[in-house]
Every structure is written in C-alpha cells, then in structure tokens.
Write a protein that binds this ligand. Sequence first.
Ligand SMILES: [Zn+2]
Length: 378
Amino acid sequence: MLIARNSKGKIIRLWNSSVEERQRWKREPFDCPACQQPVILKNGEIKRAHFAHVSNENCQVFSEGETEEHLAGKQIFAEWCAARKIKYEVESYLPKLEQRPDILLQGGITVEFQCSLLSIEKMSERTRSYQKHGYHVLWILGEKLHPRKKLTHLQTHFLYFDPNVGYYLWGMDVKRSQLILWFHIEETSDGRLFYQKKEWSFDTNLEIGDLQFPKIGKIVSRREYDLQIEYQKKRRWIGKRLYYKDKKMLAMQARLYQNHQHLLGLNKWFYFPVVEPFFLEASLLQLLIRLWEINGDTLFKEQNFLQSSLQLKQLLKTSRNLRRLPNCKQDQLIDYFVAEYLSFWKGRKRDGFFQDPLKGKLPKQVHLSRTPLRNMIR
Ligand SMILES: [Zn+2]
C-alpha cells in the first residue's frame, strides 16, 4: 500500500513524501483505511517505501506481499496524473463495492494494475462489480501477464474488444515507464498468436484521452494469411490431435464416421476461418460440424450462406462452450464474428477457393485481416 491513516485520521501518501517525513513516520502508528488494523511503514533497500499490515490475515481489500513492480506502477501512474492535472486517488477504498482500485481516475475510470496471477472467478467478479456501479475498469497487465507465445486462459479474460482495433490488451512496463497496448490480437487453432503493439511514455506523450484509446485512436493494421498454407496447417493440427487421441477430436470423428466422413477429408469450408474466436472454449470446427449435420451439403450453396450464418449465430449464442470475457459484450463479439465470417464465405465463393483443387490449379489466395475490419477487401 502507498497510503495509510495516521492517529489523527489523516491519510498519509507515500509517493510525494520526503526522506525526513518517512524517517519520522517510521516511529508513528498507522492503520489501514479499509480494515482499520495496524500497518507499519517499510522503508527498505529493495522495494520502495510502502505500508504493510502487521498481521495480514483479516484484510480483504489490501493484498499483501506487494511486489516492487506493483508499487512502482502505482507511483508512476500517480505522478503522471499529478503532472497532467488529472484528478486521481491512489488505493481509494470504495465501501459499497468493498473494493480498492489501484488508481481511481476522473470520469469513473478505475485502474487495476495486475502483476500477479489471480483466479478467473475473482477477476470476473471484480470486473462485474465495477461495471454494476458504473465504473469503467482498466486492467493493466504487469510483466508476468504480458502476452508471449499463446494467450493463457487467464490472459484471455483481460481482453477488450472494439470493431476498430479488434481484440486488445493493456499492459505496463515500469522499468521503461511505458503504457502498452496490444491490439488486433488473433490466435489460430494450432496456437499461433499475432498482435500489433503501441506504446506511450508516461514521461512524455501519454495523455488521458489515450486511455479511451479505441474511441479516439486510428490505427490500421493488416495481416495476411495464405489460405493454401493455412489449409495444410489446420489439417496437420487436426491429424496430430487425432494421433494423440484428443478426446474432443475423437468425439467429432465418431460423429462424422456415422455419416461416412473423416475429419481430414472434409470440404475445405470446414477448415476456416484461420483464427479462432476468443469467446469460445471449444474449437469452431465442432460447431461447423453441427451446422453441417443440420443442413447437409446444401450448406455450401451460395444462396444458403445468409441462412447458414444466421444458424451459426444461433448455435454460438446458445453454445455451452462460450467463454465469458468480462470486459467485452458477448453479443457484440458474436454478431461481429458472424458478419465477418459471412463476408469471408462470399469472398471465397467469388475467388473459387472452395472449389475442388483437382479441377484446376488455383491462384494463391490470401485472407486479409485488418483493423478496422470493416470494409475488408476480399
Ligand atoms: Zn487492511
């Protein structure tokens, strides 16, 4: 904690204190504004000055064992607000919510600088509670949670979505005093992660409006997928999962077998789109097979595209395999995904990608994904 209450009931703030003040405070009694239990000032060599509970068993609000990264991040934020004349409070306790955002900003923005792992339940519950009380919560990820090879289950829950930048995540690098935005995030079934990155410096160019980024920012990013290569990769991935006797994959194969089909010999149409939607726990392939069971091969006829996409939307919305992303509106994610998918089908129909490749050599087809995704060229 960077704040505590002294014996006169005054809130003491550490980030703009002097060395002399901190020396004096080492001998004074303080308590925690949330749980009223005694806290002491720790002013050591490794971590910056902070308050810690004498006994940390009873405080629900202030988690202990704070890392230097977490303390530094809050301080950087506080100093940035002060320099920009932005109204802010550090660790301000909100009694109605029984929560204590790291920073509370003007306009009802709460900042949670998340440096350690926490349970998905806790993260979701906190987010919902903020939303219910009219706060917009900005989850900013510390180093441990920065995206690397593949998004973990926990990391996906911090995702935000906006039609202009796609899926995005916020992060912070305290050593370099930078705020980071990863956007246009996409992941393939076989676990390849793609993103674009933008950074702002707390010392120079970060402004309050940047925190509402998708509303004001204009970033266009393009990503190309070679459809022939992706087709091969997807089938290789399925083959591998079958080889290792992945339960879900075997269950799908068993269903197909009844219809004299094999997972690796399906219409090309089944192996797309290239990216998996983050709002689904299961693979999209499962839903596509379900769709095919309902419609049969008429599914691939152009005059049925619209109807098929409506069915897909219905299947998605009622699926038991939805992943609730607390920072996103689920209906928006599904509507958007299905609209994009429909336009993908139409494009492939035009360029003949789904035709039998044996009937003639196809030109190299490329699937473009870009932000803004609207007006996508296909
Ligand atoms: Zn406490």
